[in-house]
Design a protein around this ligand. Structure first.
Ligand code: UD1
Length: 339
């Protein structure tokens, strides 16, 4: 049984990926600093899979702790690296925190991978690297645009660090550029649990339906799109999680065509903010108070993935619908709020 280290494995995407890894027969070791997750997530994973993954609370900013961890945990064959901070606004206010949390930690992790000959590395990247794209849908060949936020910059720099590392070592890596992950596991054992006021659309919608927020603010209806609101490619988190297992197996079987590959992970279909609100109402029969306000600084107009490379080269395709994703997000919110 192959042992895989999952950093940030108790987080939103990390926890869903741990479930899929265990379902596929991998042995999982999680490290997480619990800064944006809780230990209860371990129970959720165990309830779904019938198996409790190994877990260590560890802050990757402590270089010595990272070195210690690798000394104590022999036999790791691959790493899926989720652990990072991801709030765009916070990154603008505190850029050094983001460079420390997202860049220093990556360097320490790669140093230990090198020292312990761990040569398979999956990286959590983001469609944010494309900025406002010139053409839609977005292929992996689209240019990386100057980052709008320090958060976005950390994703670009991280990819460059990994490329440079792969060029001079036996390291093989796949960077997965996520579009907008939403939804929860169908069992409602795990899901997205933002700390404080949600910044992202779907948790804001579910919290509004649950009565925690008075109204959803829709950021702009004067964009050049059919209904004037922004368009994103919303992908079910379970589909996204499965892509990590496929990418890892690709590296482990040596099927990669180069030592650094990039795949867009999306559905290929764009939905507007107002369409998401309407679909949520349709699938849950919940009322959502919303109000149109001004544009949010830094928002791009429209992004959705060209999925051809992921479909044909990686051999993965998003299978779930936005309806599935929104109803699972609502089921999860109801469970968390005991509704
Ligand atoms: C954002 C980041 C992205 C990051 C991701 C991580 C920006 C520009 N992009 O994606 O880099 O990888 O989060 O989580 O910040 N919306 C509302 N009202 C709300 C919340 C959102 O109208 O209360 C709208 C937004 O304007 C946007 C859409 O919903 O059009 C999706 O927003 P969000 O869920 O925050 O994701 P992104 O901005 O696409």
């Amino acid at each position: 049984m192959k042992k895989i280290l999952v950093t940030g494995g108790l987080g939103y995407i990390g926890s869903h990926t741990v479930v899929e890894l265990q379902n596929a027969g991998f042995e999982v070791v999680i490290i997480d600093d619990l800064s944006n997750s809780t230990i209860d997530v371990l129970d959720g994973i165990t309830n779904i899979t019938g198996k409790s993954p190994a877990f260590e609370k560890l802050d990757l900013r402590n270089k010595a702790d990272v070195a210690d961890f690798f000394l104590k945990n022999e036999g790791i064959t691959g790493v899926i690296h989720f652990a990072a901070s991801k709030a765009v606004g916070e990154s603008v206010e505190n850029p050094l925190l983001y460079y420390e949390n997202n860049i220093n930690t990556l360097v320490y992790l790669l140093q230990e991978c090198k020292a312990h000959r761990v040569e398979n590395f999956i990286f959590s990247s983001s469609c944010t690297v494309y900025g406002e794209p010139d053409t839609l849908p977005i292929t992996e060949n689209a240019p990386v645009k100057a980052a709008i936020s320090p958060y976005g910059n950390t994703k670009q720099i991280s990819e460059e660090i990994i490329i440079d590392t792969c060029a001079v070592s036996k390291m093989k890596s796949i960077s997965l550029r996520y579009f907008n992950p939403i939804g929860a596991h169908h069992t409602a054992e795990i899901g997205e649990l933002p700390v404080g006021v949600p910044q992202n659309l779907v948790p804001f919608i579910t919290q509004t339906a649950a009565g925690l927020r008075d109204e959803l603010l829709v950021f702009g209806d004067d964009y050049p799109t059919p209904d004037g609101s922004c368009i994103r490619d919303y992908i079910h988190v379970v589909d996204l999680a499965k892509a990590h297992v496929v990418a890892l197996q690709r590296l482990l079987l040596g099927k990669n065509e180069s030592n650094f590959e990039i795949f867009n992970l999306g559905t290929g279909k764009g939905s507007s903010v107002l369409e998401v609100v309407q679909t949520f109402k349709k699938v849950t029969s919940q009322k959502i108070n919303y109000r149109i306000v001004g544009r949010r600084p830094g928002d791009v107009i429209s992004v959705y993935a060209d999925t051809a490379k992921a479909n044909h080269v990686l051999g993965w395709k998003a299978e779930k619908t936005i309806e599935d994703a929104l109803s699972s997000a609502w089921k999860w919110e109801q469970k968390v709020r005991k509704l």
